[in-house]
Design a protein around this ligand. Structure first.
Ligand code: NAD
Length: 476
């Protein structure tokens, strides 16, 4: 055995200001009632910055700025000119990607190798991809002259702060809409740096507005009568409340909600690859992934072998400083999320399942949870039904493909699924029957801006990414 030397990424590449205002009409402004909250580093509990809290008057200001920009500048602008701005933003994101990645890891707790190698390349790719569509909308399959909707209200969660921003803002702007976006209250910093990038790109004022705050700010935004479109990514509970609030209005709505995906391993699967896929499926981003493979369905005949390899592999995972380039598992995003993960895991143990984690030293400060698996899980257990949104895997077994399908679909969610098998015909047979928006075969958590992503059932409706992602922002 050898020890890893520390390999910290330097945080000197980011310049965090002590306080941030709201980004409205191209400028950073103070909130009208002066409210604020703190954004902390979940790995150390250190306060990173004081963030302005937008009240309903501020939200109103932002929506008005977006309306004016839509009517006077962005809506009438030819697609090829909108494209130039989007390409410019994409290039600046690439140029400043190290800074954005470090800031994302500081504010979110995710390992730098993920923010650097997964989040940021995908963020830039989304802007490049939708920049390419801006002057080709008549060829997108939505009629000869598809029109934008107007002002989009966008509310995003904390698990992929900048990537969710890109999924929302890039297609909206490409289609000719203007936006007011609210980042999650625990991870506002990269959205605020993105606001600076909009200034750097000379994006016309009011095209992108960023209002920070918690649930009340989000509510004021989605309920504002001046918005034409609401796009939300977050929990099913809040998604339901938003669906109720926009019902009967003219607002178009897309919802990207939770998940409880099955990752299904057949006895003919390449076991070592499948184990890598299981680890990636549930421990990537500390399991704070809506499409995480949080239920492992393994064929009974290979269950012991898979579990033995999985445990051996889990013992190699390195948990700790998110800025260390060798870290596999970073910090849990907030004290509240850690409490939820603990509560559900304790329920799993109390309900009689078997809990296992590798020997793993947790840092004294910050929010941490060791990678954990539960075996002996049945479909009745809470940990098999509820979204944990943490590094916790529930293991179930099956005997036949039909049983695997039945168990995989036995969830109110329907966002994603994974299949591991040697047989192409079985992949197609399974994919036809799985009620999930994305089905990965012999891989997991693969994303590409050209590919639509979204759910069935309580995982929401509407698609983000690809040509389909434009539809959500066009009057079709
Ligand atoms: P959350 O629903 O609590 O919060 C999401 C966002 O909504 C935050 O910005 C929050 O401030 C805001 N918000 C809270 N109450 C609101 C209200 N009443 N009106 C308007 N906005 C409100 O979810 P979370 O805990 O931040 O995120 C985790 C959840 O998000 C998980 O369930 C996860 O599965 C889901 N998620 C889904 C996807 C997807 O693409 N389907 C992606 C990421 C996360």
């Amino acid at each position: 055995m050898f020890e890893y030397a520390p390999a910290p990424e330097s945080r000197s590449v980011v310049d965090i200001k002590p306080a941030y205002g709201l980004f409205i009409d191209g400028k950073f402004v103070d909130p009208s009632d002066g409210g604020s909250f703190k954004s902390i580093n979940p790995a150390t509990e250190e306060v990173l910055a004081e963030i302005a809290e937008a009240g309903s008057g501020d939200v109103d200001r932002a929506v008005r700025a977006a309306r004016t920009a839509y009517e006077k500048v962005w809506g009438p602008m030819p697609g090829q000119d909108r494209a130039k701005y989007l390409f410019r933003i994409a290039r600046i994101i690439q140029e400043r990607s190290r800074e954005l990645a470090v800031l994302e890891s500081l504010d979110n707790g995710k390992p730098i190798k993920e923010s650097r190698d997964v989040d940021l390349p995908l963020v830039a790719a989304h802007f490049f991809y939708y920049a390419g569509w801006a002057d080709k909308l008549p060829y997108a399959g939505f009629g000869p002259d598809p029109q934008p909707l107007g002002v989009a209200a966008q509310v995003i969660p904390w698990n992929f702060p900048l990537l969710m921003l890109a999924w929302k803002i890039a297609p909206a702007l490409a289609a000719g809409n203007t936006v007011v976006l609210k980042p999650a209250e625990t991870t506002p910093l990269t959205a605020l740096l993105f606001a600076e990038i909009c200034q750097q790109a000379d994006l016309p004022p009011g095209v992108v507005n960023i209002v920070t705050g918690a649930g009340e700010t989000g509510r004021a935004l989605v309920e504002h009568p001046g918005v034409d479109k609401v796009a939300f990514t977050g929990s099913t509970e809040v998604g339901r409340a938003i669906a109720r609030s926009v019902a009967g209005s003219r607002k178009k709505l897309t919802l990207e909600l939770g998940g409880k995906a099955a990752n299904i391993v057949f006895d003919d699967a390449p076991i070592d690859q499948a184990v890598e896929g299981i680890v990636n499926g549930i421990f990537f981003n500390q399991g704070h992934v809506c499409c995480a493979g949080s239920r492992l369905l393994v064929q009974e005949s290979v269950a012991d072998r898979v579990l033995e390899s999985l445990k051996r592999r889990m013992a190699q995972l390195r948990l700790g400083d998110p800025l260390d380039k060798n870290t596999d598992i970073g910090a849990i995003n907030s004290a509240a999320q850690l409490a939820r993960i603990k509560e559900l895991s304790d329920a799993g143990a109390a309900e009689g399942t078997e809990r296992w984690s590798p020997p793993c030293e947790l840092p004294d400060r910050g929010f941490w949870f060791a990678p954990t698996i539960f075996t002996g899980v049945t479909q009745a257990h809470r940990i098999a039904r509820e979204e944990i949104f943490g590094p916790v895997l529930s293991v179930l077994t099956f005997r036949t493909p039909a049983e695997a399908v039945e168990k995989a679909n036995n969830t109110p969610y329907g966002l994603s699924a994974g299949i591991w098998t040697d047989k192409g015909s079985r992949i197609l047979w399974m994919a036809d029957r799985l009620r999930a928006g994305v089905v990965w075969a012999n891989t997991f958590n693969k994303f590409d801006p050209t590919s639509p992503f979204g759910g069935y059932k309580e995982s929401g409706y509407g698609r983000e990414g690809g040509r389909h992602g434009l539809e959500a922002y066009l009057n079709v």
